[in-house]
Design a protein. Structure first.
Ligand SMILES: Nc1ncnc2c1ncn2[C@@H]1O[C@H](COP(=O)(O)OP(=O)(O)O)[C@@H](O)[C@H]1O
Ligand SMILES: [Mg+2]
Lengths: 244, 419
């Protein structure tokens, strides 16, 4: 075990994985056995792999929603395997942005409220958004506009009324608010048609670049490869062969 | 704080279900508090009816029955007390005062009470309050009547009104003492007791209208005019019961025994407060049954809430995962669902209380005129507040289970929710 729970943040990679082994439950087979993986600060990678290969599982470990008991997962200089649940939740709230495959939004909140949600759970996020634009709301509006969601009245609409493409962009705005250093996205484009897919990826790329955030983008669509610094095949770094 | 706002918005998003749950809880709270309020206020109202009377004496029979017919005008006496017995006991050196009571007639559904003027001096209610005349005077003449406040108000009677008494206590009576009308000479101030619903006349007046009657029917071929009746000796032969005030409270039990062992006829003396207690302990079985039933209804309403929350929960795993992804802690997910239960329970309790108050404001006057019950609408008693607290605690208890389920989901689900 590394004694340094927090390495100097600037020097440490966004994600560092060593000797990670994970299974969901003791009576279930191993899903991941990743000897090494490293994503530097500000880099934007595509993580590919067939369905069921453990991509979402890996993201859950990086997000600190799940904890690996074997090996090392360090995110932004924090050792997640030894960090308490509370500290992992805090790290995620303060410094990570997460985008799901679909249904990213709380249906009973407006578009704007959905974007501002991370600021409700993290004072650090709120303060940074404020520092950026004067107020968190202004920053949320700026992000929505950047993502092409500045149609009048849209921000007050219930999230459930939006099209899937719009919902995904709202989710991107939410992941980006308050300048997180790492964005992880779990197949955010799989519910979109081809045109929207390209739009979304370019927009997300641009915003991550602007904010200097690292991006780990999961997709089994390798046509998106050209937009990323690198493509990593999960089966290539995972020693557990896929079942069935 | 953020979590509570979210809970409120999430509930609002499911407002139809939420409203139904709140309605169910509110109904159960109305039932629970209504039963409780009726119970305590009935007791208070009964206890308020008679004050400063040490003993009530009637023919031997059930003590509760004696109390009910002599003071509350409920039910009928089985037997009478001989006038001579009354005179003998009233003359006892321990006795400070007595009030004779003679019941059996009515006027348009209101009981008629024959008594004498000691009634106005010694009948006390509430906290030692004497009766007071709102208008007119006490009865003096044979055919004078003094009305309770409610009688005058409901029938719209004024001083000088001529009224005819009926034999028996029913609302509709065919045996009227039509030939000997009474005149209203006084109207009493409102007391909130059965006195308000009573027509008071003198004992001699009662005697006079029955002078040409025998065993509940007019004697055939005999008719006495009011003037002829005035010539007769109108000393009553019997009375229904009498109230006794003693010179010293320490003599109560001695006097009671003395009356119960009275040689000339079988009599019964009761202590009004003690007999009221007996009545309540008799009633408590029914009251407790009602309380248990309303408690069960509260449980049912929370089962409804539990069902509504649990059904929604599986669909909301996605919501929990989103909250976790933006940094919510598992205990916050727990608090979110628990907060929803608490909000529903609070809204239900407040709604129930408000509806009950509203209903009492609307129906209060009806209860008062029909049953002589004054049910105060506000404020809720400490006991009611503690019942409400128990209701809220039940809501919290019922909310623990879905909250724990949501907590478990939020820990077990990763990035993908597989429903
Ligand atoms: N929340 C979970 N609980 C238990 N097992 C899970 C959970 N999520 C995924 N798994 C299992 O982990 C394995 C990898 O799934 P996943 O990470 O979702 O793959 P991918 O995202 O690459 O399709 C599968 O066998 C899946 O059944
Ligand atoms: Mg997946």
């Amino acid at each position: 075990m590394s004694p340094a729970a927090t390495v100097q943040a600037d020097a440490s990679p966004a994600i560092l994985i060593e000797g990670l082994r994970f299974r969901w439950r003791l009576d279930r087979p191993w899903v991941l056995d990743v000897p090494g993986f490293q994503l530097a600060m500000g880099e934007r990678w595509l993580l590919a792999g067939p369905s069921g290969s453990g991509k979402s599982t890996l993201l859950a470990l990086i997000a600190g929603i799940q904890r690996a008991r074997e090996g090392r997962v360090a995110v932004l200089g924090h050792e997640l395997t030894t960090l308490s649940g509370a500290a992992r939740d805090r790290l995620r709230a303060d410094r990570l942005g997460v985008i799901f495959q679909m249904f990213n939004l709380l249906p009973y909140l407006s578009v704007l409220e959905n974007v501002l949600l991370p600021c409700q759970f993290s004072a650090a996020r709120r303060n940074r958004a404020q520092a950026m634009a004067g107020s968190a709301t202004t920053e949320a509006r700026r992000l929505l506009a950047q993502l092409g969601l500045d149609a009048p009245g849209l921000e007050r609409r219930p999230a459930a009324e939006l099209s899937v493409g719009q919902q995904q962009r709202v989710a991107a705005a939410r992941a980006l608010i308050g300048q997180p250093e790492l964005i992880i996205a779990d197949e955010p484009t799989s519910a979109l048609d081809a045109d929207r897919r390209l739009d979304f990826v370019t927009l997300l790329q641009r915003e991550c670049a602007n904010a200097g955030a690292a991006l780990l983008f999961v997709s089994h669509d390798r046509t998106l490869a050209e937009f990323f610094d690198r493509v990593v095949e999960l089966p290539a770094i995972n020693r557990i062969p896929m079942l069935g | 704080m953020a979590i509570l706002t979210l809970a409120a918005k999430s509930l609002w998003n499911r407002r139809l279900t939420s409203a139904l749950v709140v309605f169910a809880i509110a109904l159960s709270v109305i039932l629970l508090l209504g039963v409780e309020r009726l119970r305590t206020q009935t007791r208070a109202s009964f206890a308020h009816t008679l004050s400063d009377t040490d003993l009530i004496v009637g023919a031997r029979g059930s003590p509760i029955n004696l109390l009910l017919y002599s003071v509350f005008r409920i039910g009928d006496p089985t037997n009478n007390v001989d006038w001579s017995s009354y005179r003998t006991l009233a003359a006892d050196p321990q006795v400070a005062w007595t009030v004779p009571l003679s019941l059996g007639d009515s006027h348009r559904g209101f009981r008629v009470l024959g008594t004498d003027r000691s009634y106005f001096a010694h009948y006390h209610y509430g906290r030692h309050q004497p009766l007071q005349l709102a208008e007119g005077r006490e009865f003096e003449d044979l055919f004078d009547a003094v009305l309770g406040a409610e009688v005058a108000e409901q029938l719209g009677y004024q001083l000088g009104q001529s009224i005819v008494l009926a034999h028996g206590a029913g609302e509709v009576s065919f045996a009227l003492h039509q030939d000997k009308p009474f005149r209203v000479v006084g109207i009493l101030a409102r007391t909130g007791t059965p006195v308000d619903r009573t027509v008071h006349v003198s004992l001699a007046g009662i005697e006079a209208i029955h002078a040409d009657w025998q065993s509940g029917a007019p004697l055939p071929g005999v008719h006495l005019s009011p003037e002829q009746v005035r010539q007769l000796d109108l000393t009553p032969k019997t009375i229904t019961a009498f109230l006794v005030g003693l010179k010293s409270k320490t003599a109560i039990f001695k006097m009671q025994r003395q009356i119960n062992e009275f040689a000339a006829e079988p009599l019964l003396a009761i202590l009004p407060g003690l007999t009221l207690q007996q009545l309540w302990s008799l009633m408590s079985l029914a009251e407790n049954a009602l309380l248990v039933v309303s408690g069960l209804v509260v449980l049912v309403s929370f089962t409804v809430m539990l069902a509504a929350l649990l059904t929604g929960l599986n669909e909301r795993r996605r919501e929990m995962a989103i909250l976790r992804a933006v940094g919510a802690r598992p205990w916050q997910i727990f608090a979110l669902v628990l907060g929803e239960s608490l909000t529903l329970a609070l809204a239900g309790a407040a709604g129930g209380l408000a509806l009950l108050q509203g209903a009492l404001l609307l129906a209060g006057s009806l209860l008062e005129t029909r049953l002589g019950l004054t049910i105060a609408a506000w404020p809720p008693s400490v006991h009611e507040l503690s019942l409400l607290a128990i209701v809220l605690a039940c809501g919290l208890g019922a909310g623990l289970f879905p909250a724990w389920r949501a907590y478990r989901y939020s820990v077990a689900d990763g990035m993908t929710i597989r429903i």
